[in-house]
Design a protein around this ligand. Structure first.
Ligand SMILES: *Cc1c(COP(=O)(O)O)cnc(C)c1O
Length: 242
């Protein structure tokens, strides 16, 4: 096994072990490999290890990398689509909504009604419905994007507006936990996201709300303990970024 493959297997084993500790089905947790800053070569290598879910945090970076990966996989997949699911996990500016809708399969970072409207408009224009998650700033840190984590009238009104948009399929919530010294210290933030999801599901039963996108290299096991369905892991797979 090469280095990348052994790191992928190690992460997969840690996910399975964390699921077992939480008495959860490991298949209910999807590993999203965050390949930001890494070239197409790294994505292709991870693909050859069996990974199919990849995440980027910037449209500018994905704009060349995604088509390149698809192009280079084409011969191997003999004209079939390569089966990659591309996730946008970083902040999205409204003016890049059109491009994002053309590139990604799931947008994790809907953080305002205005952005949701832009994405909806752009998805409508190309005749698709795009799966999205609402980003929640559970910790309230000013450095972070996202809706406030309190189920106050403001959030309820925002969600009410977003769920009526026809070309957005709201599938759940996403958060980035604060940096903590012990991973378990992040659990209250993950738990808060799960609780908010349950409350929103009660109020807006028309959406699926099945996804909780939470947990990164330093805290994904804590996130799995609190119900994560999508873990976004970069460094533990690809190594430290420059
Ligand atoms: C970079 C990034 C990740 C992955 O972080 P690692 O610590 O490398 O696992 C996850 N989510 C978001 C939003 C990111 O920007």
């Amino acid at each position: 096994m090469n280095d990348l493959e052994s790191r992928v297997r190690a992460v997969q084993q840690r996910i399975t072990a964390a699921a077992a500790r939480a008495k959860r089905d490991p298949d209910s947790i999807t590993l999203v490999a965050i390949c930001k800053t890494w070239p197409a070569d790294a994505v292709l290598e991870a693909y050859s290890c069996g990974l199919r879910q990849f995440g980027e945090n910037r449209v500018e970076e994905a704009r060349d990398k995604i088509p390149e990966v698809n192009r280079r996989l084409e011969p191997a997949s003999q004209g079939e689509p390569p089966g990659i699911v591309w996730h946008l996990v970083g902040h999205l500016q409204g003016r890049k909504a059109k491009e994002a809708v053309g590139l990604f399969d799931l947008i994790h970072s809907i953080d305002s009604v205005a952005l949701a409207r832009r994405v909806d408009e752009r998805a409508a224009a190309i005749g698709r419905t795009i799966p999205c998650l609402l980003e929640i700033n559970v910790s309230g840190e000013t450095s972070k994007y996202g809706f406030s984590g309190a189920l106050d009238p403001g959030l309820q009104q925002s969600v009410k507006e977003i769920v009526t948009l026809e070309h957005i399929d709201v599938q759940g919530l996403m958060t980035v936990a604060p940096i903590v010294t012990k991973p378990d210290d992040a659990r209250p933030f993950f738990r808060a996201l799960a609780e908010l999801r349950d409350e929103l599901r009660g109020r807006f039963p028309g959406c699926g709300w099945r996804h909780l996108s939470m947990g990164m290299t330093d805290d994904f096991e804590a996130a799995i303990a609190e119900g994560a369905t999508l873990v976004r892991i970069g460094r533990a797979i690809f190594g430290e970024r420059n």
